[in-house]
Ligand binder design. Structure first.
Ligand code: SAM
Length: 302
């Protein structure tokens, strides 16, 4: 039997085709707001043999965990990772573990010669990319000026090499004639997973916010695909659950833009979305790796 919930909560569970146990778990997580799980990603400033100066969990059984990512142990008597000088000096960067999960698909992508993070601030996905393969010729782009300032500070503090910070709109990138072999679109979204972190997000379950975001996401992606070289990859991710901002946006691009296909990510097989007939992946808070998200890796045929 479907658990009790607000109209928005029940509508979401139905749209996600969750069974009763999954729906209950998601609603509990949204109400408890305690699903955050911190992760630290080592920056290019941290030497190859660097280990964080605080106790970390054994994550050796987690096959999708990106390189140079650690999960700090939480508990009494353990100082917060942000309390250390190494953090202030930019040796590691903090984010939610679900952001690391969203970047796991990059395991399928060879080191790019030229990459563009189209929605980059405050810099988490660019940092995860830099942890996997030191970028050459990377552009971290952010349209919002205030957020762009934070992005620039983070890239500098953490010593990300060969990075240019820019502030063009996606349509300006499309018109620029610039081409890349890796595009990251960590899209602005309704942010439903914020509820599971205890952050208020009024309206995020309503159709107005979801539809507005889906329209914006499609626009960003239609511009992004124009910046792709043949053989390029595009990693799309969000921190929201609604299929209209996830599987349906990807299905729209695959239908509308010839020559692109979704790429299987073997390490994410157990997260495969039931809402798509192509390779797309969903993380829910009850999986235990943070507040949740969505990712889908696309490839442009040669
Ligand atoms: C989910 S956040 C990106 C988080 C970032 N990738 C990270 O890992 O730290 C989405 C970003 O998209 C930006 N954005 C908002 N509207 C946009 C648009 N129309 N085109 C491109 N970016 C947009 C927001 O300012 C925001 O910084």
């Amino acid at each position: 039997m479907m658990p009790d919930g607000s109209h928005g909560e029940l509508r979401l569970c139905q749209r996600l085709a969750l069974d009763d146990a999954e729906a209950r778990a998601l609603l509990e997580a949204m109400r408890a707001g305690s699903s955050s799980r911190s992760a630290v990603v080592l920056t290019p400033k941290a030497p190859p043999d660097y280990v964080p100066p605080f106790p970390c969990e054994d994550m050796s059984a987690v096959s999708w965990l990106p390189p140079r990512v650690f999960v700090p142990q939480a508990g009494k008597g353990i100082s917060r990772p942000t309390a250390y000088e190494d953090y202030r000096n930019g040796l590691y960067y903090m984010l939610d573990l679900s952001s690391c999960w969203e970047s796991a698909a990059l395991a399928q992508v060879s080191p790019p010669a030229r990459s563009l993070d189209l929605c980059a601030a405050p810099g988490g996905k660019s940092m995860l990319m830099a942890a996997r393969y030191l970028p050459q010729n990377h552009t971290a782009n952010e349209v919002n000026a205030a957020r762009r300032g934070i992005l620039r500070q983070n890239m500098e503090l953490c010593g990300v090499p060969d990075v240019t910070v820019t502030g063009l709109r996606p349509d300006q990138w499309a018109a620029s004639g610039e081409r890349f072999d890796l595009l990251l679109v960590d899209a602005p979204c309704s942010g439903q997973s914020l509820l599971c972190k205890g952050i208020r997000n009024p309206g995020c379950l309503g159709s107005a916010m979801v539809n507005g975001n889906a329209k914006r996401q499609k626009g960003i992606l239609l511009a992004a695909v124009q910046c792709a070289d043949p053989g390029a990859h595009l990693l799309y991710s969000t921190c929201t659950y609604d299929p209209d901002e996830n599987e349906k946006v990807m299905a729209y691009i695959l239908r509308r833009v010839p020559g692109w296909e979704a790429v299987e990510v073997p390490s994410l097989a157990s997260f495969r979305s039931r809402l798509a007939d192509f390779a797309a992946y969903r993380l829910y808070p009850h999986h235990g790796f943070g507040a949740g998200g969505f990712c889908c890796l696309l490839r442009k045929n040669d």
